[in-house]
Each structure stands twice: as C-alpha cells, then as structure tokens.
Write a protein that binds this ligand. Structure first.
Ligand code: ZN
Ligand code: FE
Ligand code: FE
Length: 268
C-alpha cells in the first residue's frame, strides 16, 4: 500500500535532530513507501542579520540541502521513494523574495505555511503570552486571511497544518467564516490538504486540520496527503493509523504523491 510522509525536517533546519538516514530508516520500519523532506525555507522575509538558524535552512545551505537529499534518493532507490520539498513560510508583502526560493530548484512539492502574523511567531511556545493580549477570533481571522493570500499566489502544492492557531488550545469562540473561504480558494487553486499528525502531541491533542474541516474539504473535492512534521527520526509516520482512519471517515479515497509538482493518486 502507498503511504507517504511529506512533512519531515532535517538537521539543516537547526530545530531538528538526527541524520537524514535515521529518518529514512524509521520510515522503512513503519512501512512508509514514500518520504519527502520539507525543510524550513530560508527566512527570505527577514534582513540577513536577523535570520535564525534554529528555525530555517540558511539560504547559503539550500543547495547543500538539495544535494544531500538527491544523494539519498539515489542510494535508497528501489527501497523507498525520496522526494525533495520545502516548507515555505508565507509572509504578505515579501512575495518577490519568496519567488527566488520557489524558483531555486525543481522541487517535488512545496508546502505552504503561515507561522507569522505581523511578525508574531504565534505557534512558537516562547511567544505564547501574546495570546492573552489578542482577540482570539481576530487571530483566527487574520491567520486565515493570510493563508488565503498564500493559496492565491498559486505557487504551492500543499497547505500545511491548516488550522495551526489551535496549537496551544486557544480556540475561536465564534464561527470563523474565513475557513470556508480558504477551502474554496484551495479548490480554485488546486491545493492539496495535509493531515499533519504533530497536532496530536501539542496541547490541542488533535491532528491539523480538525475533523470538521476535513469533512468540509472532502465535500469540496480537495485531495489529501500525510505529514508527521517530524523534527526527530522517531516522529516519522507517527499516528498515521489514526490519520488514515480520520481521512477515511471524512470521506477521502486517495492520497496524493508528488514528483516535480506532478500528482499521482493512490487509493487510501
Ligand atoms: Zn521546525
Ligand atoms: Fe510548520
Ligand atoms: Fe514543519
């Protein structure tokens, strides 16, 4: 059976541990047939002096990252398919710099992530205090408006951790209509949704996105892929059984595979 893990970090990101091959070995052990590395994109949106190694691949190491994964793709050919992707931060107003990262290489796929709202890294535990000062519903609305702008650039393949602001358990107290708008926009721009299992291990204790969003997405005809968001080798493919049963109960029938941005569908 086809099984992919498309959201895996690497030691080049600075916040991930272990060697590439440990991640691959873990995937092999867990019966994963396709593994995609998706390092954090260089922080193109910050001035060079303010970029932090612990949350991104430094721009000058991007080609090394690619070469390293290309080598492993060769080495493991026939045993496991290795894809080369990138988790790209979307920051409104910095699109031009972003395109230089997007065009840097013939990526197998690009994950779209929003980790910053007006410079606030809202999913970083260090900045969790800021939630006390914010109107939580407004945080969600701003997040989804930003995400929609990312979708509309048309350069991404997959929306990563769709409902990320729920990470620490702060939930919106109103219906956020923007959710539906982003999903519609995903359909228009042919974006794939990721079930990201890291959420099970965060205070919220559930996958991204929620089951309700998965059902909505399925009704709109969106397609699906799986990602563990592993930052350590043993995290590869974690909770994938649960993710698969969530996907099936939400009505999904396929998983998507990417090769140089071209898609193949495999039955779930
Ligand atoms: Zn990371
Ligand atoms: Fe992320
Ligand atoms: Fe990630």
């Amino acid at each position: 059976m086809f099984l992919c893990d498309y959201h895996i970090h690497t030691p080049r990101c600075g916040d991930a541990e272990g060697d590439y091959e440990e991640y691959i070995q873990e995937a092999l052990q867990k019966g994963i047939t396709e593994i995609g590395f998706s390092g954090h994109s260089p922080q193109y949106f910050l001035p060079k002096g303010e970029r932090k190694r612990e949350s991104a691949i430094p721009e000058e190491e991007l080609s090394t990252y690619i070469q390293e994964v290309e080598k492993l793709r060769e080495k493991y050919q026939g045993r496991i398919t290795v894809r080369i992707g990138l988790e790209v931060d979307f920051v409104p107003g910095k699109e031009e710099a972003m395109y230089s990262i997007v065009d840097f290489y013939s990526w197998d796929y690009l994950l779209l992530s929003v980790h910053y709202l007006d410079g606030w890294p809202f999913d970083h535990p260090k900045y969790i205090g800021r939630y006390q000062e914010e109107d939580i519903n407004e945080v969600y609305r701003r997040y989804y408006r930003t995400l929609k702008m990312g979708v509309e650039t048309g350069v991404f393949d997959v929306v990563a951790h769709f409902d990320l602001p729920k990470k620490f358990g702060f939930l919106a107290t109103e219906t956020i209509v923007e959710v539906e708008e982003v999903l519609q926009s995903c359909r228009e721009h042919n974006m794939v949704l990721e079930i990201n299992t890291a959420g099970f291990y965060k205070p919220i204790g559930e996958a991204y996105p929620s089951f309700a969003i998965l059902e909505q997405a399925n009704k709109l005809g969106l397609q699906l892929c799986l990602g563990s968001d592993a930052h350590r080798p043993h995290e590869v493919g974690r909770s994938f059984d649960t993710a698969l049963s969530l996907a099936r109960s939400a009505g999904f029938q396929n998983l998507v595979s990417f090769e140089k941005r071209k898609r193949t569908f495999y039955p779930l």
